[in-house]
Design a protein around this ligand. Structure first.
Ligand code: ARG
Length: 465
Protein backbone atom coordinates (compact mmCIF):
# COMPACT_ATOMS: atom_id res chain seq x y z
CA UNK A 1 0.00 0.00 0.00
CA UNK A 2 1.28 3.47 -0.82
CA UNK A 3 1.13 6.14 1.82
CA UNK A 4 -1.16 9.06 1.33
CA UNK A 5 0.11 12.59 1.75
CA UNK A 6 -3.38 13.93 2.51
CA UNK A 7 -3.53 16.00 5.63
CA UNK A 8 -5.03 13.95 8.46
CA UNK A 9 -6.86 17.01 9.65
CA UNK A 10 -9.22 16.75 6.66
CA UNK A 11 -11.01 13.85 8.35
CA UNK A 12 -13.80 14.63 10.80
CA UNK A 13 -12.44 12.06 13.21
CA UNK A 14 -8.79 13.05 12.57
CA UNK A 15 -8.14 14.45 16.06
CA UNK A 16 -6.47 11.39 17.63
CA UNK A 17 -4.51 10.34 14.52
CA UNK A 18 -0.87 11.16 13.93
CA UNK A 19 -0.65 10.17 10.27
CA UNK A 20 -3.02 10.42 7.35
CA UNK A 21 -5.00 7.46 6.12
CA UNK A 22 -3.36 5.41 3.39
CA UNK A 23 -4.78 6.48 0.04
CA UNK A 24 -5.85 2.98 -0.89
CA UNK A 25 -7.41 2.42 2.53
CA UNK A 26 -9.36 5.62 2.06
CA UNK A 27 -10.80 4.34 -1.21
CA UNK A 28 -11.32 0.87 0.20
CA UNK A 29 -13.29 2.02 3.23
CA UNK A 30 -15.29 4.82 1.56
CA UNK A 31 -18.94 4.21 0.79
CA UNK A 32 -20.13 7.53 -0.64
CA UNK A 33 -20.01 6.12 -4.19
CA UNK A 34 -23.03 3.97 -3.38
CA UNK A 35 -24.52 5.32 -0.13
CA UNK A 36 -25.10 8.74 -1.76
CA UNK A 37 -28.47 7.18 -2.60
CA UNK A 38 -29.33 7.68 1.06
CA UNK A 39 -28.69 11.45 1.04
CA UNK A 40 -32.36 12.38 0.92
CA UNK A 41 -33.13 10.20 3.93
CA UNK A 42 -30.02 11.30 5.77
CA UNK A 43 -31.13 14.91 5.45
CA UNK A 44 -34.66 14.06 6.51
CA UNK A 45 -33.25 12.29 9.58
CA UNK A 46 -31.04 15.30 10.37
CA UNK A 47 -34.00 17.66 10.17
CA UNK A 48 -35.92 15.54 12.69
CA UNK A 49 -32.88 15.18 14.97
CA UNK A 50 -32.28 18.96 14.95
CA UNK A 51 -35.95 19.62 15.65
CA UNK A 52 -35.78 17.31 18.65
CA UNK A 53 -32.51 18.83 19.94
CA UNK A 54 -34.16 22.24 19.79
CA UNK A 55 -37.32 21.06 21.55
CA UNK A 56 -35.13 19.60 24.31
CA UNK A 57 -33.21 22.85 24.75
CA UNK A 58 -29.96 21.51 23.27
CA UNK A 59 -30.02 23.74 20.16
CA UNK A 60 -31.17 27.37 20.11
CA UNK A 61 -33.90 28.51 17.72
CA UNK A 62 -31.28 30.33 15.70
CA UNK A 63 -29.11 27.24 15.40
CA UNK A 64 -32.11 25.19 14.32
CA UNK A 65 -32.99 27.79 11.68
CA UNK A 66 -29.39 27.77 10.40
CA UNK A 67 -29.35 23.98 10.22
CA UNK A 68 -32.62 23.91 8.33
CA UNK A 69 -31.44 26.49 5.84
CA UNK A 70 -28.13 24.70 5.37
CA UNK A 71 -29.75 21.29 4.92
CA UNK A 72 -32.12 22.73 2.32
CA UNK A 73 -29.14 24.03 0.39
CA UNK A 74 -27.25 20.73 0.65
CA UNK A 75 -30.33 18.93 -0.63
CA UNK A 76 -30.63 21.32 -3.56
CA UNK A 77 -26.95 20.91 -4.43
CA UNK A 78 -27.21 17.13 -4.35
CA UNK A 79 -30.29 16.97 -6.54
CA UNK A 80 -28.82 19.48 -8.96
CA UNK A 81 -25.65 17.37 -9.20
CA UNK A 82 -23.40 20.25 -8.13
CA UNK A 83 -22.51 18.71 -4.74
CA UNK A 84 -18.80 17.86 -4.41
CA UNK A 85 -18.45 14.40 -2.90
CA UNK A 86 -15.12 13.97 -1.10
CA UNK A 87 -13.54 10.57 -0.64
CA UNK A 88 -11.76 11.62 2.54
CA UNK A 89 -15.19 12.21 4.06
CA UNK A 90 -15.94 8.52 3.53
CA UNK A 91 -19.68 8.35 3.39
CA UNK A 92 -22.90 10.22 2.79
CA UNK A 93 -23.26 11.18 6.45
CA UNK A 94 -19.93 12.97 6.77
CA UNK A 95 -20.13 14.51 3.32
CA UNK A 96 -23.49 16.08 4.13
CA UNK A 97 -22.42 17.26 7.57
CA UNK A 98 -19.14 18.77 6.37
CA UNK A 99 -20.87 20.71 3.62
CA UNK A 100 -23.54 21.87 6.07
CA UNK A 101 -20.81 23.28 8.32
CA UNK A 102 -19.15 24.96 5.35
CA UNK A 103 -22.44 26.69 4.56
CA UNK A 104 -23.69 27.67 8.04
CA UNK A 105 -20.59 27.59 10.23
CA UNK A 106 -20.61 26.55 13.89
CA UNK A 107 -24.24 25.44 14.15
CA UNK A 108 -23.37 22.70 11.66
CA UNK A 109 -20.88 21.24 14.11
CA UNK A 110 -23.62 20.93 16.74
CA UNK A 111 -25.94 18.77 14.61
CA UNK A 112 -24.07 15.62 15.58
CA UNK A 113 -24.81 16.17 19.29
CA UNK A 114 -26.35 13.05 20.80
CA UNK A 115 -26.05 10.99 17.65
CA UNK A 116 -23.59 8.79 15.81
CA UNK A 117 -23.24 7.61 12.25
CA UNK A 118 -24.27 4.24 13.64
CA UNK A 119 -27.81 5.23 14.56
CA UNK A 120 -27.86 7.62 11.61
CA UNK A 121 -27.21 4.93 8.98
CA UNK A 122 -29.58 2.47 10.67
CA UNK A 123 -32.27 5.16 10.38
CA UNK A 124 -31.43 6.13 6.81
CA UNK A 125 -31.72 2.57 5.49
CA UNK A 126 -35.05 2.11 7.25
CA UNK A 127 -36.40 5.32 5.71
CA UNK A 128 -35.09 4.29 2.30
CA UNK A 129 -36.52 0.79 2.50
CA UNK A 130 -39.87 1.94 3.84
CA UNK A 131 -40.31 4.15 0.78
CA UNK A 132 -38.96 1.50 -1.60
CA UNK A 133 -41.50 -1.01 -0.31
CA UNK A 134 -44.33 1.45 -1.02
CA UNK A 135 -43.23 1.81 -4.62
CA UNK A 136 -42.64 -1.94 -5.08
CA UNK A 137 -46.09 -2.68 -3.69
CA UNK A 138 -47.49 -0.11 -6.14
CA UNK A 139 -46.06 -2.12 -9.05
CA UNK A 140 -47.33 -5.30 -7.42
CA UNK A 141 -50.85 -3.85 -7.34
CA UNK A 142 -50.61 -2.90 -11.03
CA UNK A 143 -49.58 -6.43 -11.92
CA UNK A 144 -52.30 -8.01 -9.81
CA UNK A 145 -54.91 -5.70 -11.35
CA UNK A 146 -53.79 -6.81 -14.80
CA UNK A 147 -54.04 -10.47 -13.83
CA UNK A 148 -57.51 -10.05 -12.38
CA UNK A 149 -58.74 -8.15 -15.46
CA UNK A 150 -57.35 -10.85 -17.73
CA UNK A 151 -58.82 -13.60 -15.52
CA UNK A 152 -62.24 -12.08 -16.05
CA UNK A 153 -61.68 -11.82 -19.80
CA UNK A 154 -60.64 -15.46 -19.95
CA UNK A 155 -62.94 -16.95 -17.30
CA UNK A 156 -64.45 -19.34 -19.87
CA UNK A 157 -61.36 -20.00 -21.97
CA UNK A 158 -60.36 -23.63 -21.72
CA UNK A 159 -56.72 -24.68 -21.63
CA UNK A 160 -54.97 -27.82 -20.51
CA UNK A 161 -53.99 -27.97 -16.87
CA UNK A 162 -50.69 -29.77 -16.36
CA UNK A 163 -49.01 -31.92 -13.79
CA UNK A 164 -45.48 -33.06 -14.62
CA UNK A 165 -45.94 -30.82 -17.70
CA UNK A 166 -48.22 -33.56 -19.07
CA UNK A 167 -51.82 -32.73 -19.90
CA UNK A 168 -53.79 -33.58 -16.78
CA UNK A 169 -57.25 -32.00 -16.68
CA UNK A 170 -58.82 -29.05 -18.45
CA UNK A 171 -58.80 -25.74 -16.57
CA UNK A 172 -59.77 -22.24 -17.52
CA UNK A 173 -57.12 -19.68 -18.42
CA UNK A 174 -58.72 -17.30 -15.94
CA UNK A 175 -58.17 -19.84 -13.18
CA UNK A 176 -54.51 -20.16 -14.13
CA UNK A 177 -54.00 -16.39 -14.02
CA UNK A 178 -55.65 -16.17 -10.62
CA UNK A 179 -53.19 -18.78 -9.34
CA UNK A 180 -50.46 -16.27 -10.16
CA UNK A 181 -52.42 -13.58 -8.35
CA UNK A 182 -52.54 -15.71 -5.20
CA UNK A 183 -48.76 -16.08 -5.19
CA UNK A 184 -48.39 -12.32 -5.46
CA UNK A 185 -50.95 -11.66 -2.76
CA UNK A 186 -48.80 -13.61 -0.30
CA UNK A 187 -45.67 -11.80 -1.52
CA UNK A 188 -47.40 -8.50 -0.94
CA UNK A 189 -48.31 -9.59 2.58
CA UNK A 190 -44.66 -10.42 3.30
CA UNK A 191 -43.59 -6.95 2.12
CA UNK A 192 -46.28 -5.29 4.22
CA UNK A 193 -45.14 -7.24 7.29
CA UNK A 194 -41.55 -6.24 6.68
CA UNK A 195 -42.50 -2.55 6.32
CA UNK A 196 -44.40 -2.69 9.58
CA UNK A 197 -41.66 -4.46 11.51
CA UNK A 198 -38.89 -2.13 10.33
CA UNK A 199 -40.82 1.01 11.16
CA UNK A 200 -39.10 1.86 14.45
CA UNK A 201 -36.63 4.68 14.85
CA UNK A 202 -33.02 3.96 15.92
CA UNK A 203 -32.09 7.64 16.36
CA UNK A 204 -30.94 8.33 19.90
CA UNK A 205 -29.18 4.98 20.17
CA UNK A 206 -26.08 6.97 19.22
CA UNK A 207 -22.93 4.86 18.82
CA UNK A 208 -24.29 1.88 20.79
CA UNK A 209 -25.23 2.77 24.36
CA UNK A 210 -27.53 5.76 23.97
CA UNK A 211 -26.56 9.31 24.84
CA UNK A 212 -26.13 11.38 27.99
CA UNK A 213 -28.06 14.36 26.53
CA UNK A 214 -31.66 14.83 27.63
CA UNK A 215 -33.17 13.77 24.31
CA UNK A 216 -36.74 12.85 23.38
CA UNK A 217 -36.68 9.76 21.18
CA UNK A 218 -40.46 9.69 20.81
CA UNK A 219 -40.38 13.12 19.23
CA UNK A 220 -37.73 12.14 16.65
CA UNK A 221 -39.58 8.93 15.86
CA UNK A 222 -42.89 10.66 15.28
CA UNK A 223 -41.32 13.48 13.24
CA UNK A 224 -40.07 10.78 10.85
CA UNK A 225 -43.35 8.87 10.72
CA UNK A 226 -42.04 5.85 12.66
CA UNK A 227 -44.36 3.87 14.92
CA UNK A 228 -42.04 4.66 17.83
CA UNK A 229 -38.41 4.51 18.96
CA UNK A 230 -36.55 1.18 18.89
CA UNK A 231 -36.32 -0.53 22.25
CA UNK A 232 -32.64 -1.40 22.64
CA UNK A 233 -29.73 0.79 21.54
CA UNK A 234 -27.28 -2.10 20.96
CA UNK A 235 -29.73 -3.96 18.75
CA UNK A 236 -30.76 -0.77 16.94
CA UNK A 237 -27.33 0.05 15.57
CA UNK A 238 -26.29 -3.48 14.74
CA UNK A 239 -28.99 -5.68 13.28
CA UNK A 240 -29.85 -5.55 9.60
CA UNK A 241 -32.50 -8.26 9.85
CA UNK A 242 -35.03 -5.91 8.26
CA UNK A 243 -32.90 -5.72 5.11
CA UNK A 244 -32.55 -9.50 5.15
CA UNK A 245 -36.29 -9.90 5.66
CA UNK A 246 -36.99 -7.58 2.74
CA UNK A 247 -34.51 -9.37 0.49
CA UNK A 248 -36.02 -12.69 1.46
CA UNK A 249 -39.50 -11.42 0.53
CA UNK A 250 -38.00 -10.01 -2.68
CA UNK A 251 -36.31 -13.34 -3.48
CA UNK A 252 -39.60 -15.21 -3.02
CA UNK A 253 -41.38 -12.63 -5.18
CA UNK A 254 -38.72 -12.99 -7.88
CA UNK A 255 -39.06 -16.78 -7.70
CA UNK A 256 -42.77 -16.34 -8.41
CA UNK A 257 -42.15 -13.88 -11.22
CA UNK A 258 -39.68 -16.34 -12.68
CA UNK A 259 -42.26 -19.12 -12.67
CA UNK A 260 -44.72 -16.83 -14.46
CA UNK A 261 -42.03 -15.82 -16.93
CA UNK A 262 -41.16 -19.46 -17.54
CA UNK A 263 -44.78 -20.27 -18.39
CA UNK A 264 -45.00 -17.30 -20.74
CA UNK A 265 -41.85 -18.48 -22.48
CA UNK A 266 -43.29 -21.98 -22.90
CA UNK A 267 -46.65 -20.63 -24.03
CA UNK A 268 -45.20 -18.40 -26.73
CA UNK A 269 -43.23 -21.25 -28.31
CA UNK A 270 -44.58 -22.62 -31.60
CA UNK A 271 -45.09 -26.00 -29.92
CA UNK A 272 -47.57 -24.54 -27.41
CA UNK A 273 -48.69 -21.33 -29.12
CA UNK A 274 -51.09 -20.51 -26.26
CA UNK A 275 -50.47 -16.76 -26.07
CA UNK A 276 -49.20 -13.90 -28.11
CA UNK A 277 -46.97 -11.22 -26.60
CA UNK A 278 -46.99 -7.85 -28.34
CA UNK A 279 -43.93 -7.10 -30.47
CA UNK A 280 -42.91 -4.23 -28.21
CA UNK A 281 -42.01 -6.72 -25.46
CA UNK A 282 -39.99 -8.98 -27.75
CA UNK A 283 -36.85 -8.76 -29.84
CA UNK A 284 -35.65 -10.40 -33.00
CA UNK A 285 -32.57 -12.37 -33.88
CA UNK A 286 -29.63 -10.87 -35.77
CA UNK A 287 -29.32 -14.01 -37.88
CA UNK A 288 -32.71 -15.77 -37.95
CA UNK A 289 -35.24 -13.42 -39.55
CA UNK A 290 -38.27 -15.42 -38.40
CA UNK A 291 -37.47 -15.14 -34.67
CA UNK A 292 -39.54 -13.26 -32.11
CA UNK A 293 -37.97 -13.87 -28.73
CA UNK A 294 -39.69 -13.39 -25.36
CA UNK A 295 -36.76 -11.39 -23.96
CA UNK A 296 -38.63 -9.64 -21.17
CA UNK A 297 -39.83 -12.83 -19.46
CA UNK A 298 -36.43 -14.44 -20.06
CA UNK A 299 -34.63 -11.54 -18.39
CA UNK A 300 -36.96 -11.67 -15.43
CA UNK A 301 -36.25 -15.39 -15.09
CA UNK A 302 -32.55 -14.57 -15.25
CA UNK A 303 -32.65 -11.73 -12.74
CA UNK A 304 -33.85 -14.01 -9.97
CA UNK A 305 -30.26 -15.12 -9.54
CA UNK A 306 -29.18 -11.67 -8.41
CA UNK A 307 -31.79 -11.34 -5.71
CA UNK A 308 -31.24 -14.83 -4.37
CA UNK A 309 -27.52 -14.02 -4.34
CA UNK A 310 -28.15 -10.79 -2.43
CA UNK A 311 -30.15 -12.70 0.17
CA UNK A 312 -27.24 -15.08 0.70
CA UNK A 313 -24.80 -12.14 0.81
CA UNK A 314 -26.79 -10.27 3.46
CA UNK A 315 -27.56 -13.20 5.70
CA UNK A 316 -23.90 -14.25 5.55
CA UNK A 317 -22.79 -10.68 6.25
CA UNK A 318 -24.76 -10.66 9.50
CA UNK A 319 -24.12 -14.11 10.87
CA UNK A 320 -20.77 -13.67 12.61
CA UNK A 321 -21.15 -10.16 13.96
CA UNK A 322 -20.85 -9.49 17.67
CA UNK A 323 -22.90 -6.61 19.09
CA UNK A 324 -23.00 -3.77 18.33
CA UNK A 325 -22.09 -1.91 15.10
CA UNK A 326 -19.30 -3.31 12.91
CA UNK A 327 -18.02 -1.87 9.67
CA UNK A 328 -19.10 -5.12 7.98
CA UNK A 329 -22.54 -3.53 7.86
CA UNK A 330 -21.42 -1.05 5.27
CA UNK A 331 -21.63 -4.04 2.90
CA UNK A 332 -25.41 -4.19 3.37
CA UNK A 333 -26.15 -1.40 0.92
CA UNK A 334 -25.22 -2.57 -2.55
CA UNK A 335 -27.07 -5.91 -2.32
CA UNK A 336 -30.09 -4.22 -0.80
CA UNK A 337 -30.21 -1.42 -3.39
CA UNK A 338 -29.89 -3.88 -6.25
CA UNK A 339 -32.57 -6.17 -4.78
CA UNK A 340 -34.92 -3.17 -4.54
CA UNK A 341 -34.26 -2.10 -8.11
CA UNK A 342 -34.50 -5.61 -9.54
CA UNK A 343 -37.77 -6.59 -7.92
CA UNK A 344 -39.30 -3.19 -8.67
CA UNK A 345 -38.36 -3.23 -12.35
CA UNK A 346 -39.31 -6.87 -12.85
CA UNK A 347 -42.76 -6.24 -11.38
CA UNK A 348 -43.10 -3.15 -13.54
CA UNK A 349 -42.18 -5.05 -16.70
CA UNK A 350 -44.72 -7.78 -16.02
CA UNK A 351 -47.36 -5.24 -15.01
CA UNK A 352 -46.93 -3.66 -18.45
CA UNK A 353 -46.87 -6.98 -20.25
CA UNK A 354 -49.73 -8.93 -18.67
CA UNK A 355 -52.59 -6.67 -19.84
CA UNK A 356 -51.17 -6.86 -23.38
CA UNK A 357 -50.99 -10.67 -23.42
CA UNK A 358 -53.49 -12.28 -25.80
CA UNK A 359 -54.67 -15.85 -25.38
CA UNK A 360 -55.16 -18.12 -28.39
CA UNK A 361 -58.24 -20.09 -27.34
CA UNK A 362 -58.24 -22.44 -30.34
CA UNK A 363 -54.70 -23.63 -29.76
CA UNK A 364 -55.35 -23.96 -26.04
CA UNK A 365 -58.45 -25.98 -26.72
CA UNK A 366 -56.69 -28.28 -29.15
CA UNK A 367 -53.95 -28.88 -26.61
CA UNK A 368 -56.49 -29.47 -23.85
CA UNK A 369 -58.01 -32.22 -25.98
CA UNK A 370 -54.72 -34.16 -26.05
CA UNK A 371 -54.03 -36.86 -23.50
CA UNK A 372 -57.54 -37.90 -22.38
CA UNK A 373 -58.04 -34.91 -20.10
CA UNK A 374 -61.55 -35.96 -19.04
CA UNK A 375 -60.60 -39.50 -17.95
CA UNK A 376 -60.98 -38.47 -14.31
CA UNK A 377 -64.44 -37.12 -15.10
CA UNK A 378 -65.42 -40.55 -16.45
CA UNK A 379 -64.23 -42.19 -13.24
CA UNK A 380 -66.17 -39.62 -11.14
CA UNK A 381 -69.24 -40.34 -13.31
CA UNK A 382 -69.00 -44.07 -12.55
CA UNK A 383 -68.64 -43.34 -8.84
CA UNK A 384 -71.83 -41.27 -8.96
CA UNK A 385 -73.51 -44.34 -10.53
CA UNK A 386 -72.56 -46.42 -7.49
CA UNK A 387 -69.16 -47.89 -8.45
CA UNK A 388 -66.28 -47.70 -5.93
CA UNK A 389 -63.56 -45.21 -6.98
CA UNK A 390 -60.81 -47.85 -7.24
CA UNK A 391 -62.99 -50.02 -9.52
CA UNK A 392 -63.94 -46.96 -11.57
CA UNK A 393 -60.23 -46.09 -11.91
CA UNK A 394 -59.58 -49.59 -13.27
CA UNK A 395 -62.48 -49.41 -15.77
CA UNK A 396 -61.36 -46.02 -17.06
CA UNK A 397 -57.80 -47.33 -17.38
CA UNK A 398 -59.10 -50.02 -19.71
CA UNK A 399 -61.11 -47.42 -21.64
CA UNK A 400 -57.97 -45.29 -22.09
CA UNK A 401 -56.14 -48.38 -23.40
CA UNK A 402 -58.90 -48.99 -25.96
CA UNK A 403 -58.93 -45.35 -27.03
CA UNK A 404 -55.12 -45.35 -27.43
CA UNK A 405 -55.36 -48.46 -29.59
CA UNK A 406 -57.87 -46.68 -31.83
CA UNK A 407 -55.82 -43.45 -31.77
CA UNK A 408 -58.70 -41.39 -30.35
CA UNK A 409 -59.55 -39.58 -27.16
CA UNK A 410 -61.43 -41.46 -24.46
CA UNK A 411 -64.29 -38.96 -24.96
CA UNK A 412 -64.62 -40.20 -28.56
CA UNK A 413 -65.26 -43.87 -27.67
CA UNK A 414 -68.67 -45.15 -28.68
CA UNK A 415 -71.45 -45.62 -26.16
CA UNK A 416 -71.39 -49.30 -27.03
CA UNK A 417 -67.69 -49.64 -26.14
CA UNK A 418 -68.13 -47.73 -22.90
CA UNK A 419 -71.14 -49.81 -21.95
CA UNK A 420 -69.15 -52.98 -22.62
CA UNK A 421 -66.75 -51.87 -19.85
CA UNK A 422 -69.46 -51.07 -17.32
CA UNK A 423 -73.21 -51.37 -17.53
CA UNK A 424 -73.48 -48.31 -15.29
CA UNK A 425 -72.67 -46.21 -18.38
CA UNK A 426 -75.65 -44.46 -19.96
CA UNK A 427 -76.27 -41.87 -22.69
CA UNK A 428 -75.58 -38.98 -20.27
CA UNK A 429 -71.91 -39.99 -20.03
CA UNK A 430 -70.95 -37.71 -22.92
CA UNK A 431 -71.98 -34.61 -20.97
CA UNK A 432 -69.20 -35.17 -18.48
CA UNK A 433 -66.66 -36.11 -21.13
CA UNK A 434 -66.65 -32.70 -22.81
CA UNK A 435 -64.08 -30.08 -21.81
CA UNK A 436 -66.84 -27.61 -20.88
CA UNK A 437 -68.59 -30.26 -18.76
CA UNK A 438 -65.34 -31.06 -17.01
CA UNK A 439 -64.50 -27.48 -15.98
CA UNK A 440 -68.11 -26.58 -15.14
CA UNK A 441 -68.28 -29.56 -12.77
CA UNK A 442 -65.49 -28.17 -10.58
CA UNK A 443 -67.90 -25.73 -9.10
CA UNK A 444 -66.69 -25.04 -5.58
CA UNK A 445 -64.52 -22.40 -4.00
CA UNK A 446 -61.02 -22.71 -5.43
CA UNK A 447 -62.30 -24.75 -8.41
CA UNK A 448 -61.86 -23.96 -12.11
CA UNK A 449 -65.55 -23.59 -13.14
CA UNK A 450 -66.06 -20.27 -14.97
CA UNK A 451 -68.62 -19.15 -12.38
CA UNK A 452 -66.07 -19.79 -9.62
CA UNK A 453 -63.35 -17.95 -11.54
CA UNK A 454 -65.59 -14.89 -11.82
CA UNK A 455 -66.40 -15.01 -8.11
CA UNK A 456 -62.71 -15.48 -7.24
CA UNK A 457 -61.75 -12.56 -9.48
CA UNK A 458 -64.17 -10.30 -7.74
CA UNK A 459 -62.86 -11.34 -4.31
CA UNK A 460 -59.31 -10.78 -5.57
CA UNK A 461 -60.27 -7.31 -6.76
CA UNK A 462 -61.75 -6.47 -3.40
CA UNK A 463 -58.48 -7.59 -1.76
CA UNK A 464 -56.47 -5.16 -3.92
CA UNK A 465 -56.92 -2.32 -1.47
N1 ARG B 1 -20.75 4.20 6.14
C1 ARG B 1 -21.07 3.50 7.33
C2 ARG B 1 -22.00 2.33 7.05
O1 ARG B 1 -22.53 2.28 6.02
C3 ARG B 1 -21.73 4.43 8.31
C4 ARG B 1 -21.54 4.06 9.72
C5 ARG B 1 -20.10 4.21 10.06
N2 ARG B 1 -19.86 4.08 11.46
C6 ARG B 1 -18.64 3.86 11.94
N3 ARG B 1 -18.53 3.75 13.22
N4 ARG B 1 -17.60 3.73 11.16
O2 ARG B 1 -22.20 1.47 7.85
Amino acid sequence: MSSSIDSHTSQTWGGRFSEATDAFVQEFTASYSFDHVLARYDIEGSRAHALMLNACGILTNEELADIRRGLDQVETEISAGSFKWRVELEDVHMNVEARLTEIIGDAGKKLHTGRSRNDQVATDIRLYLREAIVSIRGQMTRLRTGLIDQAETYADTIMPGFTHLQVAQPVTFGHHLLAWNEMLLRDDGRLADCAQRLNYCPLGSAALAGTSYPIDRHLTASALGFSGPTENSLDSVSDRDFAIEFTSAAAITMMHLSRMAEEMIIWTSAQFNFVDLPDRFCTGSSIMPQKKNPDVPELIRGKVGRVQGHLVALITLMKGQPLAYNKDNQEDKEPLFDAVRTVHDSLMALADLVPAMKAKPDAMRRAAGLGHPTATDLADYLVRKGIAFRDAHEIVGTAVGLAEAEGIDVAALSLETLKSLSDAVEEDVFKVLTLEGSVAARDHIGGTAPAQVRAAASRARAALD
